[in-house]
Design a protein around this ligand. Sequence first.
Ligand SMILES: [Zn+2]
Length: 359
Amino acid sequence: MYAPTIMAAPSTRVRTLLIALALVLAGGQWTHGLLAGQRAPGNTDKSSGVDRPTGADKPTAANGTALETIQIRPNVYVIFGAGGNVTVHVGEDGVILVDSGAAAMADALLNAVRTITTQPIRMIINTSADADHVGGNDKVGAAGVAINPDSFSDEEHATVLAHENVLVRMSTPKGNDALFPVAMWPNETFTSKFRSMYLNDDAIQVMREIGAHSDGDSMVFFRRADVIATGDILDLRHFPVIDPAKGGSIQGELASLNRLLDVTLPAMPLVLKPGRTLLVPGHGRISDYGELVEYRDMITVIRDIIQDMIGSGMTLEQVEAANPTQGYRRRYGVDSGPWTTNMFVEAIYSGLKKPAGKS
Ligand SMILES: [Zn+2]
């Protein structure tokens, strides 16, 4: 490690840097795997809400669709490119998936899971009712076996767990039909603050976070693996989608980000050590404490600015014209597509104008 040109007694700063470099190099496959999953914002198609992986060495699914899989812990993987990110937790009880991607990608997702392990899929946990998170519930779930198999059932199917509001939203009538076919609905729901279970030799807690991105949000905490699948509450590609029409709110979003911070641990003293809580957002790259703090702070600052503007009697048009996201807009703002900066500002404005709802 010591190059001949480095002085015999390096300064503390130089020594710290060398130790940092050594630790990063010693981080081995996890560090490498994480770096492989990091993509510049420019590589993500914001308008479609679908990630298009650009990394090398990605396995090709049988139907020719390339999904990228990275290993972030000895028994935890993340599959990119199937719609929303899919977290895969493997162990003695089988496979637990967080989200199931988009319906059109179900075969490719199933192939990507099979590339990781031949263990049966036992459970799918949905982080919201969004189509790119629940689309594979039917097909991917049908390839699995329930956590508590029903001996009276003809067909096996993995347990599909979600907050009750996900089922309500998916089964809401739209014309003559429900928003989603019955086969895609969760077959197990919860309403409590936590749904906790010990599976795959890990303590798994599904945390109810309704009212942040939508009215059916959950985050999934794998305590032993120290990985948290955050769903769309954390979205480093752009300002978070907190669409009031889906039950999202600025109050809920900030409360959820703060709760996430409570359970997300940074590495000490070197922030890039492999041993730290890893966050798997609903889309985009794997993240950690540092980025979460930055994201939470950014949203808090914008909320405070808009709050001040409302306090001085400004209308929505005046607030938008005053550009309250200045300083962040270039990095997180989008001016076209399903979730624009103006929609984000409007959601905060209308959320703050009315009395705070339930958290
Ligand atoms: Zn999403």
